[in-house]
Ligand binder design. Structure first.
Ligand SMILES: [Fe+2]
Length: 210
């Protein structure tokens, strides 16, 4: 299968498990309604064909000569709103022209949340590519949890609502500074494992916040 064929195959909607798809927006996996006092979990979206293990840990994905397009920051929270330190957050995107690097690791990297569950990454606003109409950054994150795969979209960019995977809960509110750099803030909410999932109370207490 060629990379192009993989791209087309990867962009087909993931049908997932029965009853969990949004239905009206192909490829978007809605998360269950929050319980009392809980936050809505971040919707999950397709991984696409371009995720690769082995990217370096780094808070800037800029290549030599790049101007920063967006400084993205926020926290990783569990469904009870507790910040998660040590969460691994992978980012990958196309370059300015919509091309993904399948040889090296351009515009790919991961960060680890600090003691307050915070992350920050600086990168470019990726280009468009067919069949996508929205500029987007792919994200895969994991803490004491299953891996969560999603995408983020940027406020102020045209095409968001023309994109079949766009979800308003994945829109990053942005401000723009005098240099034209976007500053976006986004908190991820993921479900951590629970004591019902074959974990001892002691090991869970050691790793999962309240
Ligand atoms: Fe993509």
């Amino acid at each position: 299968m060629t990379v192009g064929e993989q791209a087309r195959a990867g962009d087909k909607p993931d049908r997932g498990e029965p009853g969990v798809m949004a239905g009206k927006t192909p490829g978007v996996r809605e998360t269950p309604p929050p319980g009392p006092g809980e936050l809505q979990q971040t919707p999950q979206e397709i991984e696409g064909p371009f995720f690769r293990l082995g990217a370096p840990q780094r808070s800037s994905l800029l290549e030599p000569g790049d101007k920063p397009g967006v400084i993205l920051s926020g926290r990783v929270l569990n469904e009870r709103g507790t910040p998660i330190p040590g969460a691994v957050v992978n980012f990958w995107s196309s370059d300015l022209y919509g091309n993904y690097d399948m040889v090296g690791y351009r515009y790919t990297g991961y960060v680890v949340t600090d003691e307050a569950g915070r992350y920050e990454v600086t990168t470019v606003i990726p280009g468009y590519y067919q069949p996508r109409n929205a500029r987007h950054i792919h994200v895969k994150l994991q803490a004491v949890s299953r891996p969560v795969t999603t995408q983020l979209y940027f406020e102020g960019e045209p095409g968001n609502t023309d994109d079949e995977y766009y979800h308003p809960a994945l829109l990053v509110p942005c401000t723009v500074d005098d240099a034209g750099v976007k500053h976006g803030t986004y908190d991820f909410v993921i479900k951590q494992i629970t004591e019902e999932e074959n974990v001892t109370a002691e090991s869970l207490a050691a790793r999962v916040g309240p």
